[in-house]
Design a protein around this ligand. Structure first.
Ligand code: MN
Length: 232
């Protein structure tokens, strides 16, 4: 009798799709502490942003794709063809991708200015680093409601500044200007409200203190060689 009950329990456990399997998408590890971006981004904002907001996107993305073919796709491929999927995949897949990029380009020992190929491209296309910063700040400040400001590499291999609403991003087949983002600025209120309240432009100008241009240089290098550009 005992065995019979045990067998039934086992069958039920293994019959739950994905019930015992690892989560497909996971929160990336941070290689700094929440307080390391002080005073530019406060520790509490960093902690809530990472452990609540980003974790929430990861959890909801995993729930949205569980048991579907989307669970077998990598995140970039999902986003490239996001119009084929649900709104939950668009919002939470975008949220996961965007925040992973955002954490990656921040550093407490940020390289203050780009060099090499990135600087050359910035000078050629924008005239100067200050002009590029001003364009990005404008894109972030004028984004109505929640969204992101981006520096992207277009399929033609050029830089461009864009902005998208909500958790959309330039990889997605639902946005006007597509490309691979190499720098993203989160302009959702949750990214700055505790410290800056309604002063989004102050947050945008402080952001440059913790943006590590070395990471953006690396992202440019990767983007220029990425097969994703040919899929847009
Ligand atoms: Mn955010």
């Amino acid at each position: 009798m005992k065995n019979k009950i045990l067998n039934k329990t086992l069958i039920i456990l293994f019959a739950v799709p994905g019930g015992l399997s690892a989560q497909v998408h996971e929160l990336p590890k941070l290689n700094y502490n929440y307080a390391d971006m002080e005073p530019h981004i406060d520790a509490m904002t960093m902690e809530i942003h990472y452990t609540k907001h980003h974790q929430g996107y990861v959890n909801k993305l995993n729930a949205a794709i569980e048991g579907t073919d989307a669970a077998t796709q990598n995140l970039e491929d999902l986003l490239l063809n996001v119009s084929n999927y649900s709104t939950a995949v668009r919002n939470n897949g975008g949220g996961h991708y965007n925040h992973t990029l955002f954490w990656n380009i921040l550093s407490p020992k940020a390289k203050a200015k780009p060099e090499g190929k990135l600087l050359e491209m910035i000078d050629k296309q924008f005239g100067s680093l200050d002009n590029l910063k001003a364009e990005l700040e404008k894109a972030g400040a004028t984004r109505f409601g929640s969204g992101w400001a981006w520096l992207i590499v277009t399929p033609e291999g050029k830089l461009a500044v864009t902005s998208t609403p909500n958790q959309d991003n330039p990889l997605m087949d639902v946005v006007d200007t597509r490309g691979i983002p190499i720098l993203g600025i989160d302009v959702w209120e949750h990214a700055y409200y505790l410290k800056y309240q309604n002063k989004r432009p102050d947050y945008l100008s402080a952001f440059w203190n913790v943006l590590d241009w070395e990471k953006v240089e690396k992202n440019l290098e990767d983007a220029l060689q990425s097969p994703l550009l040919k899929k847009m």
